[in-house]
Design a protein. Structure first.
Length: 213
């Protein structure tokens, strides 16, 4: 009889029923903290994604440099909309808030984690809206996608980056709008954070490049 009780208790602990709830960091994020897939597999997959993104932007920047040096002489530099300075500050602030969210997550402070995570999503939304305003400003000054090569590369690079930021924003919102009491796994938090910080870094390089061209 005693052995039967011990076995039953063991099974309860394994199933999580003895704990009475979802463990911190083990919510239904799609990237559970306990999984047959090792963490290094997620890390490798994310690094491959980031490497692909790096190659994409490097290729476009290289093409822009080559096109600018073309003897055709049709490259006309454009003035970068001033709102891009504000957009850059917003994106840097979003990296800070996301780092704070991860810190609160590791400290098991659910309320503060959600606060900083939501703030990151809001700032990300502001950045995307700011990019739309920048394109509208260029269009109002007569610079469109096909106006000249400089404008074409500006629209292409900034739109491609905004699209990648939107993917990260979607991931942030998946966490924001999850059911109350459900917490994402640490793998999800880390992977989303890595992607977001990487895209912030890409934007810094893009912004400097656009200012120089």
């Amino acid at each position: 009889m005693h052995s039967d009780i011990v076995i039953a208790e063991t099974e309860l602990k394994r199933s999580g029923s003895a704990g009475g709830g979802v463990p911190f960091g083990g919510g239904d994020s799609g990237l559970p903290s306990r999984s047959d897939v090792p963490r290094r597999a997620y890390n490798t997959a994310m690094l491959l994604v980031l490497a692909g993104i790096s190659m994409f932007f490097t290729a476009f920047i290289s093409a822009s440099v080559v096109r600018k040096g073309s003897p055709s002489g049709d490259w006309r530099p454009l003035s970068v909309p001033h709102i891009l300075w504000l957009n850059t500050a917003i994106l840097l602030a979003s990296s800070f808030s996301l780092a704070r969210a991860r810190n609160r997550f590791l400290q098991r402070d659910v309320d503060e984690f959600r606060h900083w995570w939501r703030l990151t999503a809001i700032l990300g939304g502001f950045f995307v809206v700011g990019q739309l305003i920048a394109w509208r400003q260029l269009a109002s000054s007569g610079i469109y996608l096909a106006t000249n090569p400089a404008g074409s590369f500006f629209y292409t690079l900034t739109a491609a980056h905004a699209l990648h930021i939107s993917v990260g924003l979607f991931a942030l919102l998946l966490v924001v709008f999850r059911k109350p009491g459900r917490i994402p796994s640490q793998i999800a938090v880390d992977m989303i954070g890595l992607y977001w910080h990487f895209m912030d870094t890409v934007w810094i390089f893009l912004f400097i490049f656009l200012l120089a061209t």
